[in-house]
Design a protein around this ligand. Structure first.
Ligand code: AMP
Length: 287
C-alpha cells in the first residue's frame, strides 16, 4: 500500500492586516498561538525554539525580520544574511504554520520615537558595547507582540541578556504573553549556533571555539569563594587565542547581571568577542 505524507502548508504573510485577520480566526477557533521572532538565516537553534512552540501551543508563528533599529553599525545591518528561500523551506520542513516576513515599511511607518526605561539592565555587558541595541530590540518585539498577540513567545538562552530585557518590558507594560527561554543549540565541537557563523573564515571558525571552551572551563572551576579566579582564567584563555578580541567575560548574577556574589541564587558566565571580523556572544549557566 502506498504511504502518503501530508505536508501541511506553511502560510506566508508579508502584511500585518492579512496576518492579523488570519490570527483572529485562529483565536476565535479556541487555538493557542506560539511565536518565534527571528532575523532569519535559520539554523538548528531557531528550529529548536519552533519545536518548543509546537509542543506548547496549537499554532506556531515565526517572524523573519532583520530589524534596522537594533543595529548600531550600518555595515553589520547591510551584511546580515537574508537567505529567505532556504529559510522558508526549513520552516515548511519543521512544520511551522505561519511565516510573517514583512518589509521594513510594514513595521516602521517613518521616523518614530521609542524609549522604555528599564533601568541599568540595558546598559550592562552587551549594552555597553552596543549602545541603543536593546531599545531597538524592545521596540521591534513590542510591535511584533502587538501584531501577533501570541499566548507564548519563545527565545533562546543564547541571548541571555535579551531575554532579561524582554521579560522586564513585558512585566513593566503588563503584556499578556508567557515568555519561554530555550537552551542553546551548539555545533558538535561546542560552538554556539549563530546566523553570524557563516561569516567565519576557516581560521576564525577554529579560533571561535575558545569562547565555549573558556565558558565550560569557568563552569567547571567556579568557586563561589573566589569568583574572580575563574573569570581571570577564562579571560587569559581568550586573550591568548590568535585572531580573537575579547570584549567582556563576566561571571554574573543571573538576575541582575552584576558580578556574582555569595548570595547569588543564579549565576551565569557570559562572553562577547570579535573573532576575525565577526562579533560572537555565548554563555553558560553555572548555577
Ligand atoms: P536571531 O535570529 O539571532 O535574532 O535569533 C532569534 C532567536 O533565536 C533568539 O531568541 C535567539 O536567542 C535564538 N537563538 C539564536 N541562536 C540560538 C542557539 N544557538 N540556540 C538556541 N536559540 C538560539
Amino acid at each position: 500500500m502506498p504511504t502518503f505524507v501530508i505536508a501541511l502548508q506553511l502560510k506566508i504573510f508579508t502584511t500585518k492586516n492579512e496576518l492579523q485577520q488570519y490570527l483572529s480566526e485562529v483565536r476565535a477557533s479556541g487555538k493557542t498561538t506560539g511565536f518565534v521572532p527571528t532575523m532569519g538565516a535559520l539554523h538548528q537553534g531557531h528550529l529548536s525554539l519552533l519545536a518548543q512552540a509546537r509542543q506548547q501551543t496549537d499554532v506556531t508563528v515565526c517572524s523573519i525580520f532583520v530589524n534596522p533599529t537594533q543595529f548600531n553599525d550600518p555595515k553589520d545591518l547591510d551584511k546580515y544574511p537574508r537567505p529567505i528561500a532556504a529559510d522558508t523551506e526549513k520552516l515548511q520542513q519543521a512544520g511551522c504554520d505561519i511565516l510573517f516576513n514583512p518589509p521594513v515599511t510594514e513595521i516602521y511607518a517613518g521616523d518614530e520615537h521609542w524609549h522604555l526605561d528599564i533601568g541599568e539592565l540595558e546598559h550592562l555587558l552587551e549594552g555597553e558595547f552596543r549602545p541603543g541595541h536593546y531599545q531597538g530590540v524592545m521596540q521591534v518585539v513590542h510591535k511584533l507582540f502587538d501584531i501577533v498577540k501570541p499566548d507564548a513567545a519563545f527565545f533562546g538562552q543564547k541571548d541571555y541578556q535579551q531575554f532579561m530585557v524582554i521579560s522586564r518590558m513585558v512585566s513593566q507594560l503588563q503584556m499578556p504573553v508567557k515568555l519561554v527561554m530555550c537552551p542553546i543549540e551548539r555545533e558538535p565541537d561546542g560552538l554556539a549556533m549563530s546566523s553570524r557563523n557563516i561569516h567565519l573564515t576557516i581560521d576564525d571558525r577554529r579560533h571561535a571555539l575558545i569562547l565555549s571552551k573558556a565558558l565550560y572551563q569557568a563552569q567547571a572551576s567556579f568557586d563561589p569563594a573566589h569568583p574572580e579566579a575563574a573569570k581571570q582564567q577564562a579571560e587569559q584563555m581568550i586573550t591568548s587565542e590568535p585572531g580573537t578580541q575579547l570584549e567582556y567575560f563576566a561571571i554574573a548574577d543571573g538576575d541582575t547581571l552584576h558580578p556574582a556574589n555569595p548570595k547569588s541564587t543564579k549565576i551565569v558566565a557570559l562572553v562577547a568577542a570579535k573573532v576575525g571580523a565577526t562579533r560572537l556572544i555565548d554563555n553558560v549557566i553555572i548555577k
